[in-house]
Design a protein around this ligand. Structure first.
Ligand code: BG6
Ligand code: MG
Length: 218
């Protein structure tokens, strides 16, 4: 029986995936790496330094920068990202999410957050959703990022559940892969072609209700 939900943040709870993309696109332009829809999709769910590495690789630029210069580029991206986060309000919560979280609480499901972002607590606070997520996986504690299952295993552990008792919710292919590898039930929100591996698929957050989930489970 499902007893808990482990959530991704960016692109699931709120529209910050667009902000991450915008800020990375600036970095790609600056270093002269090609930007594509494929790269944009592939970056979703990927940690800060791994994202930079993917962008540099796309332009065959990996060897052109020292480790220090790479940290500087990632820091610049984060500064630009945080400028966008600063303007966020609860209006940036994606459709249906607040009600879904309220329904989960009303039905006593446990909730944790499995975001790769070090900015997750700040984003939750801007959205005024901090109280819904008492358990947040600390991305600094991870040895591997998504698609490795580690973050989703920790998300289940934080709420004292077995992976089999959890549903993971993602907008990224790397995230769905992580959920599946953790042996949790996966919900993929977004393009069903990109999220083909998800156990349950919704085109957008507004479709994600307990009834719709139950009707897709068996
Ligand atoms: C993920 C996002 O949630 O967090 C990625 O999907 C982002 O786009 C990653 O790179 C790391 O975020 P941050 O805020 O720590 O740079
Ligand atoms: Mg995401």
């Amino acid at each position: 029986d499902i007893k808990g939900f482990v959530f991704d943040l960016d692109g699931v709870i709120t529209d910050t995936s667009v902000f991450h993309s915008q800020a990375w696109h600036q970095v790609a332009d600056k270093v002269g790496a090609p930007w594509s829809q494929e790269l944009e999709d592939g970056l979703k769910g990927i940690s800060r330094m791994d994202s930079l590495e993917m962008i540099l690789k796309a332009g065959n630029l990996s060897d052109k920068y020292t480790e220090d210069e790479k940290v500087d580029l990632a820091t610049e991206k984060n500064t630009n990202y945080l400028k966008l986060v600063d303007q966020m309000t609860p209006a940036n919560i994606l459709p249906g999410i607040k009600k879904f979280l309220d329904d989960l609480k009303a039905h006593n499901y446990l909730i944790s957050l499995a975001s790769a972002s070090k900015n997750a607590p700040k984003v939750l606070s801007k959205l005024q959703l901090t109280d819904y997520f008492p358990q947040i996986v600390d991305p600094q504690s991870l040895t591997k990022g998504k698609p490795d299952p580690e973050i989703y295993l920790k998300g289940a552990e934080l709420i004292n559940l077995k992976p089999e008792q959890c549903i993971g919710v993602e907008d990224a292919a790397a995230g769905v892969e992580a959920i599946n590898a953790a042996n949790e039930t996966s919900i993929g929100i977004g393009d069903p072609k990109i999220l083909a591996a998800a156990d349950i698929k919704f085109n957008d957050t507004g479709e994600m209700t307990l009834d719709h989930i139950k009707s897709q489970m068996n």
